[in-house]
Design a protein around this ligand. Structure first.
Ligand SMILES: [Zn+2]
Length: 333
């Protein structure tokens, strides 16, 4: 069996290779940080990694039939702990970490690995990070921490330095395209979905499960292209429609982030189209309009707008009023 392919995931061959090698050579780190944008497949890889670490086979794959595989499937493996952000909470608390640390300090039920998976580790509170650090500084045998994050910068240096950082990068378009084709989808839809997903297999899978996502997305792109030729009043109507009045600050902030991502995406396409790289654009369904519109801007203007939108995203991350951020930008287009 080709070891590279035994985890059914799209892309990330190097990551799989590193993790499988650790299992086969019995040289696992005490802690791994899976770092990369959301929807790349970090959680899925974590799942296969955990299975392969615990499985009796110990060859980097998992069998689905040994006692460990079965108990994982039934969610009754006693030494697996998943720590998540609780609903309505801002951070993963120190108590959540302490509780698990205490449990893993006791002896294992089955003599196999104790595994602690912390998703969205960037949301650990400072106290939780410190508590985790204490555990990482005195690692007990056969204990494995896996942290996933889409914002490595928010994980303290001290935690990072005690972990092996595994970087996840966007998957090649072609690989996502082939994956979709294998599912029996026709080539034109596969092309559209793979471009739309921009290297994120999770986005492609969501699209295939919910075709409305693509339809809505296309409409949003067309709305934005309309906006670039519209009056001031229409621009403010657009904002009203997209981030709405009367919504909570936190809701607006999330909506504003996705609006900015959409804008960035279109401006990048305009820049590509302007520089005769039309085949590279991601919104291929709107290529005629993008091509036409690109004549309205110079490359310098487009680059400056892209820069401003990126700054807008940074403002949102530091909790500046989303309405203000978008209003300021929209006057510049
Ligand atoms: Zn097994």
């Amino acid at each position: 069996m080709n070891k590279e392919n035994i985890w059914p995931i799209v892309g990330h061959r190097n990551v799989v290779k590193i993790l499988q090698k650790g299992i086969v050579n019995k040289k696992l780190a005490h802690a791994y940080i899976f770092s990369g944008a959301e929807h790349l497949g970090k959680s899925l890889v974590a799942d296969y990694f955990i299975r392969s670490v615990l499985c009796e086979k110990q060859d980097g794959s998992f069998c689905n039939s040994c006692e460990f595989c079965k108990s994982l499937d039934r969610k009754i493996y006693p030494d697996f702990y998943e720590i998540e952000l609780e609903e309505g909470k801002k951070n993963i608390s120190i108590e959540q970490i302490r509780e698990v640390s205490e449990k893993i300090s006791k002896s294992s039920f089955l003599g196999n690995y104790k595994i602690i998976l912390i998703k969205n580790a960037e949301s650990l509170s400072l106290g939780a990070h410190n508590s985790l650090l204490k555990t990482l500084e005195e690692p007990s045998k056969k204990t494995l921490f896996i942290l996933t994050t889409d914002n490595l910068e928010l994980i303290p240096e001290t935690v990072q330095s005690r972990s092996e950082i595994i970087n996840f990068y966007p998957v090649k378009n072609k690989e996502i395209f082939n994956y979709i084709l294998e599912k029996g989808i026709d080539a034109s839809l596969a092309e559209e979905v793979s471009r739309f997903s921009k290297g994120k297999p999770g986005v492609a899978i969501n699209c295939l499960q919910n075709k409305k996502l693509i339809k809505d997305y296309k409409q949003e792109v067309f709305d934005f292209l309309d906006l670039l030729n519209s009056s001031l009043k229409e621009r403010f109507d657009y904002l009203e429609k997209n981030i709405g009045k009367g919504k909570k600050f936190s809701e607006k902030s999330v909506l504003a982030k996705s609006v900015l991502d959409r804008w960035l995406n279109v401006f990048r396409d305009l820049l590509l189209s302007k520089n005769l790289a039309k085949d590279e654009i991601s919104n291929i369904f709107a290529k005629e309009r993008i091509n036409l519109l690109s004549r309205k801007y110079s490359s310098k203007m487009l680059m400056s707008l892209i820069d401003k939108i990126n700054k807008g995203k940074a403002y949102l991350n530091s909790n500046v009023n989303p309405q203000l951020v978008l209003e300021n930008l929209i006057l510049d287009f």
